[in-house]
Design a protein around this ligand. Sequence first.
Ligand SMILES: Cc1cc2nc3c(=O)[nH]c(=O)nc-3n(C[C@H](O)[C@H](O)[C@H](O)COP(=O)(O)OP(=O)(O)OC[C@H]3O[C@@H](n4cnc5c(N)ncnc54)[C@H](O)[C@@H]3O)c2cc1C
Length: 407
Amino acid sequence: MTELRHIAIVGASLAGARAAEGLRKQGFEGRITMFGEEPWRPYERPTLSKTALLNEGEEPVWVHPATYYAEAGIDLRAGRAVERLERLDEGFRLFVGDEGVQADKVLLATGAAVRRLAGTENLTRVHYLRDWRDTQTLGNALRKSERVIVVGSGFIGAEIAATASKLCNEVILIEACPDLFPTVGSLAIREALRAAHARAGVSFRTGVACTAFEETSHGVSVSLDDGSRVSGDIAVVGIGVAARDDLARQAGAETDSGVVVNANFQSNVPGLYAAGDVAVTRGPDGQLTRTGHWRAAQEQGAAAAAAMLGLEIPQLSLPWHWSDQYEHRLDAYGDCLSADKSVLRREENGGLTEFHLSDGKLVGITGLDTARVFRPAVKWIGQDVWPNAEDLANPAIPIKKISLEVA
Ligand SMILES: Cc1cc2nc3c(=O)[nH]c(=O)nc-3n(C[C@H](O)[C@H](O)[C@H](O)COP(=O)(O)OP(=O)(O)OC[C@H]3O[C@@H](n4cnc5c(N)ncnc54)[C@H](O)[C@@H]3O)c2cc1C
């Protein structure tokens, strides 16, 4: 590779912004161009389903102050989507409108797009939530609605239902799986969340899938696969996302529901990197890991910057997702869904921690309102620790006094 003069970042959000910042912090003096399809500078998404949805006019949390990019010499092109990416003999060409921009290395930080249900394409009363514009549109619609249908009880659907319950009289949460909150790896915590939603007046339909949406001038009616129908003023669908990896495919990179990258966030195309929600990391055992969480985007952006400069990348966290619903804080760290045994710890104040064990080794933790247990215990994960299961379950034993067998 010849001299590294120009790095292009596609996607001006958390991973992209942290990468641009990381390049400058680590001494890169060449050109950095960051293309963002959205008309704003990079912001963080977590408040979009929480306070920014609830409070009219609340701005998102910006990743950097408005003056940062010019001061750091980062050419932020907000409102400019990269339409095509071409691999050259040396470097890449990015097509943005009628402009062709050449770069030596490219970082794809294009994130993910919401999955849409067929038949909802032209319906104005069926909403999806991914960006700040969606938050503003949905917030306005919620403020005018009495009865709202939320489809999907993953993290986003559950948060939208919690926020909607503060703005609307009736919220109906529909989940295709037999149980609510299928991405939460603890039955006790799922039950606690269900109780919190029920207390707020949310009603549930589980084990039913939506088959059709019909819109009238004053509402929307959703047909379910058990033959029933639910109607409301609006519906909001939160059924997951799909990585925006099309540019990677155009450039000849391997994709598997995301851009497949190695531990240095490099794809199989030299000079082409990916970080954040669009990336899928292949571990040494060949296993693919996708994250889709704030912390991963934050850390991977900075790590990819180091890797693009040929520097060593820092140790990254395991997957760590949090969610705020009502007054409750949910945290999930590590592998919370495929462990062979789980141990529940119930604090006197109602806090719940589920420890996930594989062959007795701690591999994940799901916690509800238990920061004082969760935070010290996550440090054991990834350190080959076999905690005593009876101690874990006993809230009378402080977390730091639990007997541990360490490899
Ligand atoms: C409503 C909501 C709430 C969330 N809450 C939480 C939470 O509580 N906790 C948590 O851990 N995580 C949460 N997340 C997840 C977290 O926000 C994401 O993991 C994170 O935003 C991923 O960052 P990213 O930079 O990889 O991608 P994104 O944030 O998706 O950004 C990608 C950017 O690239 C742009 N782009 C795409 N293609 C192009 C192109 N061709 N040219 C130019 N620009 C392009 C997109 O428009 C977008 O701005 C939430 C997500 C959402 C949507």
